[in-house]
Write a protein that binds this ligand. Structure first.
Ligand code: NAP
Length: 253
């Protein structure tokens, strides 16, 4: 029996599972989540939740559950689980695909400050706020806020799907709870209403969170753009259709 394990936690993983069910109703699909989000939106398939216990734990799961193909459709910044997927697949001889949205490319009018890590992002903000105070829109998630705690001349607006822990928040930060997709016109209105001077963003790719980047372009607003961590070696596709085809090829016989 063909049995596909999808590592998810993203809208892309959900869309992939739904497309796979339509294209191959005979396949067994298990969607795996880290379990960070309390009420995730999920497709109608078997779900397992929680870590596997590193690459070794994932390899054991692949063997014990008779998984015939592994699709890593986690977020481009979830580097640890992607590395574990590649290692576990290689150790067990399981075909493995990374499904990851192509990164956004800088376009004319964009004013991006590239940052390799959060410390570098904070340094950009420190430099940008030398001459005047800044209101910073932090859209990097609720667990990556510590490096922004000590910026003297910045106040922060943090957008997150779930309430961040108080200890994670930069002093005086205001929290906005919201789940995408976000439209460009709504983002432009938000940026203006909240007098945002600069955005900090991951390069998530796709359209759901691209609205703020488009709005920043129109408003000539700087964006501190976090670089993506490198993907492990292995087959990679950027869209659901290609991933569905890959599964078909690996279960053709
Ligand atoms: P990470 O740093 O790469 O992973 C840390 C650990 O969490 C992994 O070693 C693994 O634990 C467990 N884990 C992660 N994804 C898992 C999955 N889909 N199923 C089972 N276990 C998983 O990941 P992260 O950045 O904390 O992200 C956690 C989840 O949130 C991912 O599923 C990702 O797709 C989603 N997400 C992340 C971001 C982001 O910006 N990082 C944004 C949106 C959604 P074990 O080693 O014990 O197996």
């Amino acid at each position: 029996m063909a049995r596909v394990l999808v590592l998810g936690g993203t809208d892309l993983a959900n869309a992939f599972v739904t497309a796979l069910q339509v294209a191959h109703p005979d396949l067994e699909i298990v969607l795996s989540l880290a379990g960070r989000t309390r009420n995730p939106k999920l497709p109608d398939c078997a779900i397992r939740t929680g870590g596997f216990g590193g690459a070794e734990g994932l390899a054991a799961y692949l063997r014990e559950e008779g998984i015939t193909a592994l699709v890593d459709a986690t977020h481009p910044y979830a580097a640890q689980i992607s590395a574990n997927a590649a290692k576990a697949a290689s150790a067990t001889g399981t075909p493995c695909l990374h499904l990851v949205r192509p990164a956004w490319e800088q376009a004319p009018g964009d004013n991006w400050h590239h940052a390799r890590d959060y410390e570098e992002a904070a340094k950009h903000l420190d430099e940008l706020s030398q001459t005047h105070p800044l209101t910073v829109f932090l859209t990097v998630g609720r667990q990556e806020l510590k490096p922004f705690h000590h910026l003297m001349n910045c106040t922060h607006v943090v957008r997150s799907v779930e309430q961040p822990d108080e200890a994670e928040l930069p002093p005086g930060a205001r929290v906005v709870l919201a789940r995408g997709p976000f439209r460009e016109e709504d983002e432009a209105a938000f940026l203006k209403e909240n007098r945002i001077d600069v955005i900090v963003s991951k390069n998530s790719g796709g359209t759901a969170t691209y609205g703020k980047i488009l709005a920043a372009r129109t408003l000539r607003m700087p964006v501190v753009m976090m670089e993506r961590p490198p993907l492990p070696d292995g087959e990679t596709v950027g869209d659901v259709e290609s991933a569905v085809r890959w599964v078909a090829v690996h279960h053709a016989s």
